[in-house]
Each structure stands twice: as C-alpha cells, then as structure tokens.
Design a protein around this ligand. Structure first.
Ligand SMILES: [Zn+2]
Length: 204
C-alpha cells in the first residue's frame, strides 16, 4: 500500500526506502500526520518532501526525514536582498539568496540606518532605493531578520536611475551615475557592484 522506492547504498545492500512528494505513506486510521507529511481528503497520509519515512509507532505519528535538510538562516551569513520600500530610517527588503542558496519563498528583512554604513549617513535614501539589489549580512536568525551593510564588500550591487529607470553605472565608492540623465546618484555601494556571478545565485 505504501509507495516507496529503494535506493541501494554503495555496497548494494541494506537498501533504504525513499519517498518523494505525493507518495502515499499510511492511512489516517493508522497514523497522525507529523513532520513533512500531510493528510488528504481521501483518507491517506502523503509525503511533502524527498526523504525517508520514519513512523513513530508509539505515538502513532507518521514522519519523513528529509534527505535535504530545510535551510535555516543564521547570523553572520551573507545574502542577496531586493529593496521593496525605503523610509528615512529603515529599508524593507526581501532576501532572495543566502550563502549561495536560493530562498523559495523569499524572506522579509529590514535594514536600519545604524547598520547601513561605517560612515555617517543622514537618510536611508542615500543608502539604497526601491528596486536596488544589495549584498547583505544577516544580524540574526529568527524573523524579523535584520541586515547589515557593515562588512567587507557589502552594499548595493545593482541599481536603476531614480529618474529614468536606466541601469546605473559605478562612478566611485558610494556614488553611481546615470549616463542618460547625466546625473550622479548616491548609494552605499558594494565593491562587487554589477558582479554578474552574484546574480547567478538567483536563477533556479
Ligand atoms: Zn537616468
């Protein structure tokens, strides 16, 4: 009844049972759905992940041990975030990648002006603008996640012109330039501004 597929180890012995999302694990009369399982209206429990079923007979709970552990953000990690809104003291961002791993779905995060730069900045508008991409460091691990730009290479990595929307070019540290408008635009820039290898992390 239970759907499983066997994967042999290197020696070809002691094959382990592996399930994939949507595989049938048990009937609801036998078990309650627990970690990485769900109960369907047809009366069966199904797996949500690729993993190994590990039923807890004593507590009548069906669980699956994921083969790939869920990714949890940690303080100190480096990420790539998109700016969704900017106020005078704080910017609102979505983290799309952490430590080269794409976050699906993205994770909401904040950047406070006190963590935007080692030098004094009077307003967030001189740090980043909505639509910018930033290389950031995580200050904590439990949401709400706060970000820092105080670190080697951190800052804006891609930005568009506030006036015409054209892609801004790097002029000098903390100053970008629009060729179309012939205008300088301040940002806290990363030393990796427009480094295309950073954006490869964002593809699926
Ligand atoms: Zn422009």
């Amino acid at each position: 009844m239970v759907t499983t597929r066997k994967i042999s180890n290197a020696a070809g012995k002691d094959a382990v049972k592996v399930v994939i999302p949507g595989d049938k694990l048990a009937v609801i009369e036998e078990f309650f759905p627990a970690d990485f399982c769900f109960e369907s209206t047809d009366g069966y429990i199904y797996s949500c992940v690729v993993g190994i079923p590990s039923p807890d007979e004593e507590n009548r709970q069906m669980r699956v041990e994921p083969l790939k552990k869920p990714f949890t953000p940690r303080a100190g990690q480096i990420g790539i975030a998109y700016v969704t809104d900017v106020k005078r003291q704080i910017a609102f961002l979505e983290l799309y990648a952490i430590e080269n791993q794409r976050m699906i779905p993205s994770v909401s995060a904040y950047l406070h002006i006190s963590w935007a730069s080692y030098r004094y900045v009077s307003a967030m508008y001189d740090v980043c603008r909505p639509g910018d991409w930033l290389l950031v460091q995580l200050l904590n691990s439990i949401p709400p996640i706060y970000l820092s730009l105080k670190g080697r290479g951190l800052g804006v990595i891609s930005a568009n012109c506030n006036y015409c929307g054209a892609n801004l070019k790097f002029k000098r540290p903390n100053m970008l330039y629009c060729k179309q408008c012939n205008k300088e635009q301040p940002r806290i820039t990363s030393s990796r501004y427009e480094d295309t290898t950073l954006f490869s992390q964002l593809s699926f």
